[in-house]
Design a protein around this ligand. Structure first.
Ligand SMILES: *[C@@H]1O[C@H](CO)[C@@H](O)[C@H](O)[C@H]1NC(C)=O
Ligand SMILES: *[C@@H]1O[C@H](CO)[C@@H](O)[C@H](O)[C@H]1NC(C)=O
Ligand SMILES: *[C@@H]1O[C@H](CO)[C@@H](O)[C@H](O)[C@H]1NC(C)=O
Ligand SMILES: *[C@@H]1O[C@H](CO)[C@@H](O)[C@H](O)[C@H]1NC(C)=O
Ligand SMILES: *[C@@H]1O[C@H](CO)[C@@H](O)[C@H](O)[C@H]1NC(C)=O
Ligand SMILES: *[C@@H]1O[C@H](CO)[C@@H](O)[C@H](O)[C@H]1NC(C)=O
Ligand SMILES: *[C@@H]1O[C@H](CO)[C@@H](O)[C@H](O)[C@H]1NC(C)=O
Ligand SMILES: *[C@@H]1O[C@H](CO)[C@@H](O)[C@H](O)[C@H]1NC(C)=O
Length: 795
């Protein structure tokens, strides 16, 4: 296959990976008609941010669901069959001959139809998982062109998370209502009691229902101010309104998502909760309609009419059975609180099932016994003693009714904290077990003991495995030198093998490296959040005493410099593979630079920090120097310069100015190195000693740039393709940061030859700064001779 053809393939969903890998559902985002998606198979979005698969959310039941996991949150943001779980692990998803999308189970005797095709003539259909986690059904013509797109899409059937592109509203033609509904419990994704949707009474407002009860209204849409009456000033409720003869809906605008959580609060992409009453969340200012305090509880109110809250005294059990509500009522802890509130003889309540659903209430005759392994039981104050009870005075209480609801929230928070503690314990115990021998799915996801995002004090929660020092010592044979892979700027890297056979890479941070706890945590937390095909995955870490260790997935094929700069090894890097690497790194950087609303700047991008897997796909490693910026155009001056000579942009090397353009510069250097197979830091004798950038520039202006091409590639590639790469490389290393493209630009330059490129100006290169090979230490994972400089004080 020639380069051109492979290039085209590549840009069709990076198919270059496809023909290098054995066929696996993991590497594709498309399921064709007739293909099956079995339990254990994954469709993965090109962005790496989402996957579609069957999953079993809990150990407590055999229920299996089909859903889309957002890898950024490790949370199933869409569940296809939330209220119709299946138990058959041999179930599969298929687009049948008619083009209907269905889950078949129980030996094909039963099915759940997600989309029923009305076509008589069969066409070639497929479903695609988009970067943002939408499952789209397409019908194709026999010639392969798209006949109709969006025939069906999962975004039309939201679960509990609203993403840009989803609607809240009403389809007037079909009567379908678009809304999001909370999940029942953490372990159970079926429909819970709270729903956010559009008022069906033509009033242009949003409503949160608690079952049939209206709990909150947004107030009418104000078309002039583009906001709701009751959400003025709440940036997270940035909606657009659309109404025509077919449909009326609100569409969320620009925000990453809204999620309705299990106590009826709204959690937003900006890490904020909104709920009708709470002391730890911004309340909705207006529009709340909370349950009324029944007459019999009036004596339990404080003098300001707020209710004395139920308390949670730890785990325990009751001396006798209480009154259990019918399981089919599908009650949650919030519902149970309301049941107890409204039953005047109720003094205590609790959930009944292992998955935290169900409801049981007790009267005063039942006595509480504290036990370590019991349930969480919540107490309403006993009437006559009400005044002697501990009082929780909460400043933000708007009235008696608000307090009632708040009590629910507080119990919920307490319960959640407790649950998180229990989960943590379970998790640690099962740690090594969970890592598991197979790499699909990412071990950090899909396990039942994970805490979902947004439930951790408003911070997004990402799970990592915490390894014991003992297990790491065992895995590396006591850090034996035979297992040492290399020595990086921050300490040695070892290869290890877990009990179950999984290979891991272990970075043991040296005590003298100056790597403080803070930097360590920074790196660990960052990488754990960042999940992308082109990034090395952090599996976990270990802190014990002075030890700071990071555990990564193991890359058997060393780093890019090992191949690129070795005369014999570089033969495996044909042009097709180099192009895939160039593109892969660019996509990884786009992801880093645009992750959520944060910007992650690598700052030490170089060939030895690009690891390659056994299909020669690039994986960016070493995020220890990364910093998070709130917005993309942020520049920061830092007085601690970390980076590698030759890859550092002039403004960074000289003044410590960091921006995403710092990485663009390093990428440009890397790109030139990949095309030429030469190191930037080597000396290129022309009229004087200059580095690769200078050399490339000289040949470029003399119209001889094709001489830069690595001779080993021979005539096997179209020069115009290589020249375009050199052109892009030169744009990336421009002296002025503003003249460098963004990584997003770079990706589009690479993918479309019709985009006109600007002429480069003279790039930044330093005639006299050439680092001599002898001056530097051997570092890193492969055979690099570039040294990472840390702790150099800038001006
Ligand atoms: C999950 O189920 C397995 C097998 O039934 C059991 O051994 C394990 O303890 C369970 N884990 C949890 C967290 O309940
Ligand atoms: C549908 O189209 C794809 C790509 O064009 C092809 O690989 C597949 O075999 C086709 N399937 C059927 C059933 O025609
Ligand atoms: C819509 O109208 C029905 C019937 O009048 C009423 O019960 C319901 O509360 C109204 N919904 C809202 C959100 O006002
Ligand atoms: C909604 O987003 C637009 C576009 O960025 C912005 O101009 C507007 O201020 C936002 N509105 C609110 C209420 O945040
Ligand atoms: C409404 O639906 C009809 C039939 O599908 C379509 O022709 C028309 O363009 C739609 N109108 C709008 C405003 O989308
Ligand atoms: C719960 O704790 C409070 C104070 O800590 C105590 O007064 C009360 O008796 C406890 N309730 C039960 C049922 O143990
Ligand atoms: C309880 O949930 C099941 C499905 O999960 C549903 O079929 C049933 O109608 C629900 N019961 C009530 C009372 O809502
Ligand atoms: C109220 O609670 C008591 C137990 O505390 C129970 O026996 C009774 O059936 C409940 N009444 C209702 C209407 O649920």
């Amino acid at each position: 296959m020639d380069c051109k053809a492979s290039r085209i393939l590549f840009f069709l969903s990076c198919a270059c990976f496809l023909h290098l890998t054995r066929p696996s559902k993991l590497s594709t985002n498309i399921l064709w008609q007739g293909e099956k998606l079995n339990f254990g198979d994954f469709l993965v979005a090109n962005s790496g941010e989402a996957s579609l698969s069957f999953f079993k959310p809990s150990n407590y039941s055999n229920n299996i669901y089909l859903g889309v996991n957002s890898l950024l949150f490790s949370y199933y943001v869409w569940v296809a069959n939330r209220d119709t779980p299946i138990q058959d692990p041999k179930a599969y998803l298929i687009l049948d001959e008619q083009g209907s999308l269905k889950i078949l189970y129980n030996k094909d005797r039963d099915s759940i139809v997600l989309y029923s095709s009305s076509l008589e003539a069969p066409t070639n259909t497929s479903i695609t998982l988009t970067d943002k986690g939408n499952v789209i059904l397409r019908e194709m013509n026999p010639d392969g062109s798209v006949k109709s797109d969006f025939v069906w899409q999962s975004y039309d059937y939201p679960t509990d998370t609203l993403f840009p592109g989803m609607k809240l509203g009403i389809n007037k033609r079909t009567g379908q209502r678009w809304s999001i509904t909370s999940r029942r419990t953490f372990h159970n994704p079926s429909s819970g009691p709270f729903t956010l949707g559009m008022d069906p009474n033509n009033t242009n407002q949003l409503v949160i229902w608690w079952r049939e009860m209206i709990m909150w209204t947004s107030g009418e849409w104000d078309p002039n101010q583009q906001t709701f009456r009751n959400t003025k000033g709440l940036v997270d409720f940035n909606f657009t309104y659309v109404s025509n003869e077919n449909e009326t809906y609100f569409k969320i605008f620009l925000l990453s998502y809204l999620n309705i959580i299990r106590d009826g609060s709204i959690y937003s992409g900006s890490d904020t909760y909104y709920s009708c009453a709470s002391n730890d969340r911004p309340p909705f200012q207006a529009g709340c309609k909370l349950p009324k305090t029944p007459q019999c509880r009036k004596s339990q109110q404080h003098s300001d009419n707020s209710l004395v809250l139920p308390s949670w005294n730890g785990t325990g059990k009751m001396s006798m059975e209480g009154f259990k509500f019918d399981e089919s009522e599908n009650l949650t802890i919030s519902d149970c609180w309301l049941k107890c509130l409204n039953n005047c003889s109720c003094v205590a309540y609790s959930t009944t099932n292992e998955d935290d659903s169900g409801c049981e209430i007790w009267s005063i005759t039942a006595k509480y016994v504290a036990t370590n392994d019991g349930r969480n039981i919540y107490f309403f104050p006993v009437k006559s003693e009400a005044t002697s009870k501990r009082r929780l005075i909460l400043s933000s209480v708007a009235g008696g009714a608000a307090a009632i609801f708040m009590s629910c929230c507080i119990c919920f928070v307490l319960w959640r904290k407790h649950k998180a503690k229990v989960n943590r314990k379970i998790k640690q115990e099962k740690l090594l077990l969970e890592i598991g021998g197979n790499a699909t799915p990412p071990p950090a996801y899909g396990s039942s003991s994970k805490v979902k995002f947004g439930t951790n004090g408003g911070k997004t929660n990402h799970d990592m495995h915490i390894f014991s020092f003992g297990s790491i010592a065992t895995a590396t044979d006591n850090f034996s030198s035979a297992n040492k892979l290399g020595e990086g700027g921050y300490g040695p890297v070892y290869k290890g093998k877990l009990k179950d056979g999984q290979e891991i890479a272990i970075k043991r941070l040296s005590r003298s490296s100056g790597q403080g706890l803070e930097e360590f945590k920074n790196e660990a937390q960052l990488i754990a959040k960042l999940q992308h095909r082109s990034l090395v995955r952090l599996l976990g870490f270990c802190i014990e005493g002075e030890e700071r260790i990071l555990i990564y997935e193991y890359m058997p094929n060393k780093s890019l410099d090992f191949y690129l700069f070795d005369f014999n090894e570089k033969k495996v890097l044909n042009w097709r593979r180099r192009l895939c690497i160039i593109e892969g790194i660019a996509q990884g950087l786009v992801y880093l630079h645009n992750y959520s609303r944060l910007t992650v700047i690598h700052r030490d991008l170089k060939a030895s920090n690009i690891l390659v897997d056994d299909e020669m796909r690039p994986k960016i490693s070493d995020f220890g120097l990364a910093r998070i910026f709130r917005s993309e155009d942020n520049e920061e001056k830092t007085n601690k310069i970390v980076g590698t000579f030759g890859y550092m942009s002039p403004e960074y090397a000289m003044s410590g100015v960091v921006s995403i353009k710092t990485d663009v510069f390093s990428y440009g250097v890397l790109l030139l190195e990949i095309v030429t197979g030469k190191k930037n830091n080597n000396c290129y004798q022309t009229d004087g000693p200059i580095n690769l950038i200078g050399y490339a520039w000289q040949l470029w202006i003399e119209g001889r740039a094709s001489e830069l091409i690595d001779p080993i590639l021979g005539g096997s590639c179209s020069p115009s393709e290589v020249l375009r790469c050199i052109h892009i490389g030169l744009l990336c290393v421009q002296e002025k940061a503003t003249e460098r493209p963004t990584m997003l630009n770079v990706v589009s330059f690479l993918s479309s030859e019709t985009i006109q490129l600007a002429q480069p100006n003279q790039p930044a290169f330093f005639n006299n700064i050439v680092v001599k090979e002898t001056d530097v230490l051997p570092v890193s994972y492969g055979s690099s001779n570039d040294v990472t400089i840390s702790d150099v004080n800038g001006r």
